[in-house]
Design a protein around this ligand. Structure first.
Ligand code: IVH
Length: 766
């Protein structure tokens, strides 16, 4: 959510916005495909993706091969053998349904797609098919001489994970084809979990105290990547075919031939397949599919439109990302009317007060909904939402539904307007501390860092997988720990003993339920392990607004450890530079705001500011830490790897009483997390005698360590905090015991300062 809140803000600089969007989308691709734990809804994802496409249309020069629009998602995971796909597994380009507005039809994008097909094929009415788009996980099944040779995930499109053992447990996947099978038949399709089975699985997990899956797709993605096939066999997975990869057999002319082949091979094909022979038939089929898909018993996220004729498909070919002969039509989310019974206020993990709509229950997109988020007071005011109103709500295949609008014609005369601050009396509903609105932000926040509502959410987040991954410390336990006063903030966890934790009562006074020694032992064990988790995980765990795991990693690239972050001159410099650059750009004599002002004076001031900017950035620029881009139309621009907003928020947090408290507590606990990705910072640009070499410094040197690192970087080398196999040299001054031992153990050469300086002067090794 933090990243998303950020994504919602208007950043004046499009380049920066573009890069941030790419980062967010890449991060969410990873969460979605590889980890099966998405943080944003599909609709939010689509919005971000669309914005990237829009910016790329305006600025094609931004687009690189790394852009999310140029790649398929990547689901590769550790623990699986890799399989090279004989034919790439591509994605499909989306076309969206829209609300019909001023003369525009809702299926305009679909019509455009068909018209592009017509043009490319020089045919006014190409034959296409329309199928449900199964919301599952792409898989490929390779049959050689009728035998299932392997099953693999899409991976990065060219290499996938070998999930054969898991797929063999799925009953709808034949292991052996009947007689007459083609020599090679690679069936592409989708693994999914039917809705009813998904509901039962979640109910069972709930009963066993296991976390529920957010949706069937997540459950599927999580299951096919299990390393224990016996467990996979217990999960209700199914398979349906929707495409073809490699093939060696009798010629297939079109979809009918392919369906016939699969039927005779007893491989289930995704149905229904609607045929359309012209634009009008296509539009009707797309409409019909929206109704049909609801009765299929599994989740769909649209319809797929494909050319029927295989030779024509080949003729059109594909881009690096998707075939030109297919499109995924994404329907507008389902909407329903219901009554707004009341509004409650929830205090989130960062202390944000979120108004929540209490609704008269309605059944929508497969589940009963009785709550919806109202986001914030601005949203309530903008949509003029009043208690008692009839509201239109929608669920876009995601977990949390939202209120689209009020049906004003149905407003009762006694509907009550709502004002969040009044409703809570200006204080946090959880702890009674004053609430405040940050500058330029719409959200109201509880000002009390030790607010119990935040303590529970902060602790749960702190222990979550993205953060420090503490076993057995989910929401229920965190709540009991906070309610019993055993902890007030997440860091209090580190002083709990196994006995104390084991005795924790998760039940009631009448019906006590002990947490138990065994669970406690596991929790304590992962807390111990968390002490040495990398810096980026710890920064994430703080739960600072707008600093999610992606930004945290970026921060960790420029700080060796928590100590260095606590005293970071880099953050200060970034903020200082941005301010100076803003002032510099404002003084541009060409800008309309400066019309009539004395040009020489402006230029003089600018020259002075520029000197100042160069002076501040020089030591960092030498290390490749930052760059001010050549002055363009919009003036000077700082390439800030952490991002303007995140950078300021992080600094504000570290400077705040809360942040200071956390930092001193960490010190007291003897926890100083070390960065895992320091070596990945932008120090790579410089070419010199040390290019490609990685150094660790230890002991006292003749110049401050900072200075020595600067010299190494200026010569093209890298210096990192701790010794790994990748380290080339340990530079040891006086002292420096443990690092020497470690280097010796790994066979890493230990050199002295004089040798290092000689290396810098000449490219020869010592
Ligand atoms: S055809 C070259 N048909 O959606 C890709 N794909 O978002 C042609 N999918 O990777 C694929 N239902 O895994 C096709 N009826 C269907 C589908 C379908 C779901 C998946 C497929 C694809 C993804 C793209």
């Amino acid at each position: 959510m933090d990243l998303f809140e950020y994504a919602d803000q208007q950043t004046p600089d499009e380049r920066e916005r573009y890069e941030e969007l790419c980062r967010v989308v890449r991060h969410n691709n990873e969460l979605y495909y590889a980890k099966a734990t998405p943080e944003i809804t599909d609709a939010e994802y689509d919005r971000l993706y669309r914005e990237i496409e829009e910016i790329e249309t305006r600025h094609p020069e931004y687009r690189t091969a790394e852009s999310p629009t140029q790649r398929v998602g990547n689901d590769l995971a550790e623990g699986f053998a890799k399989i090279k796909h004989p034919v790439p597994m591509l994605s499909i380009d989306d076309v969206f349904e829209h609300m019909p507005a001023n003369g525009q039809e809702s299926d305009e994008e679909l019509v455009d797609f068909y018209e592009r097909l017509c043009q490319a094929l020089d045919d006014p009415s190409p034959h296409v098919v329309v199928e449900p788009k199964i919301d599952g996980c792409a898989v490929t099944l390779m049959y050689r001489n009728g035998k299932l040779a392997y099953a693999a995930t899409r991976g990065d499109g060219s290499v996938g994970d070998d999930i054969t053992a898991n797929v063999r447990t799925i009953r709808s996947v034949p292991q052996q084809l009947p007689a007459g099978a083609p020599k090679t038949l690679e069936v592409r399709g989708e693994i999914y979990m039917p809705l009813a089975e998904f509901g039962a699985l979640n109910a069972q997990r709930d009963a066993e105290g296991l976390p529920a899956f957010a949706n069937p797709r997540n459950a599927t993605a999580g299951t096919i990547k299990l390393l224990d096939s016996a467990e996979v066999a217990r999960r209700p997975l199914r398979f349906l075919a929707h495409g073809m990869g490699a093939y060696d057999g009798e010629t297939l002319r079109n979809m009918d031939d392919y369906e016939r082949l699969l039927t005779s091979m007893q491989i289930p094909y995704n149905k229904p397949v609607l045929h359309a022979h012209n634009l009008e038939e296509l539009r009707a089929a797309a409409k019909k599919m929206d109704t049909l898909r609801r009765g299929l018993g599994f989740g769909t996220d649209g319809a797929v439109v494909k050319l029927n004729d295989f030779a024509r498909r080949d003729a059109l070919g594909a881009t690096a990302r998707a075939p030109r002969w297919a499109a995924a039509f994404k329907y507008l989310p389902e909407q329903k009317e219901t009554t707004l019974l009341g509004i409650t206020v929830q205090v989130g993990r960062t202390g944000v007060l979120t108004p929540v709509a209490q609704l008269s229950p309605v059944f929508i997109s497969g589940s009963t909904v009785s709550r919806a988020t109202l986001h914030n007071q601005d949203e309530i005011a903008r949509k003029d939402i009043r208690i008692g109103d009839t509201v239109l709500i929608e669920k876009a295949g995601e977990i949390i539904p939202s209120v689209v609008k009020v049906i004003e014609a149905k407003r009762p005369s006694d509907a009550i307007p709502y004002q969040l601050t009044d409703a809570v009396g200006g204080v946090c509903p959880s702890c009674g501390a004053p609430i405040a609105q940050e500058e330029g932000q719409v959200a109201w926040r509880c000002t009390n860092f030790a607010c119990p509502a935040q303590a529970v959410t902060r602790t749960t987040y702190f222990c979550s997988r993205t953060a420090l991954d503490i076993e057995n410390l989910g929401g229920v336990v965190a709540e009991a720990l906070v309610n019993t006063g055993m902890i007030h903030t997440p860091l209090d966890l580190f002083v709990l003993t196994q006995t104390e934790l084991g005795a924790l009562n998760l039940g009631t006074a009448d019906e006590p339920r002990r947490f138990g020694e065994k669970n406690a032992a596991k929790a304590i064990d992962s807390l111990e392990k968390a002490r040495s988790l990398p810096l980026e995980r710890w920064i994430t765990a703080f739960g600072i607004p707008s600093i999610g795991s992606v930004t945290a990693r970026e921060v960790a690239k420029y700080h060796r450890d928590m100590q260095e972050l606590a005293n970071s001159s880099y953050l200060c410099t970034l903020v200082e530079l941005e301010d100076a650059i803003a002032r510099y750009n404002k003084l541009n004599p060409g800008s309309p705001a400066n019309k009539g002002k004395d040009k020489t004076v402006l230029e003089e001031k600018r020259a002075e500011l520029l000197r100042n900017i160069r002076q501040i950035s020089e030591p960092y620029a030498a290390r490749g830490y930052l760059a001010t881009e050549p002055e363009g139309k919009n003036g000077l621009h700082l390439v800030n790897p952490i991002g303007t907003v995140s950078c300021r928020k992080l600094k504000a947090y570290l400077d705040s009483a809360a942040g200071q408290h956390v930092l001193t507590t960490l010190q007291r606990l003897g926890i100083n997390p070390v960065s895992d990705c320091y070596a990945e910072n932008r120090m790579t640009g410089v070419q010199g005698p040390l290019t490609g070499l990685c150094f660790v410094l230890t002991g006292s040197l003749s110049v401050p360590r900072d200075e020595m690192e600067r010299r190494i970087a200026a010569a093209g080398g890298k210096s990192v905090a701790s010794i790994t196999k990748k380290t080339n040299y340990l530079v040891a001054g006086n002292g420096g015991g443990s690092k020497r031992e470690k280097a010796a153990a790994l066979g890493i050469p230990i050199i002295d300062e004089a040798t290092l300086l000689r290396m810098i002067q000449s490219p020869n090794t010592p």
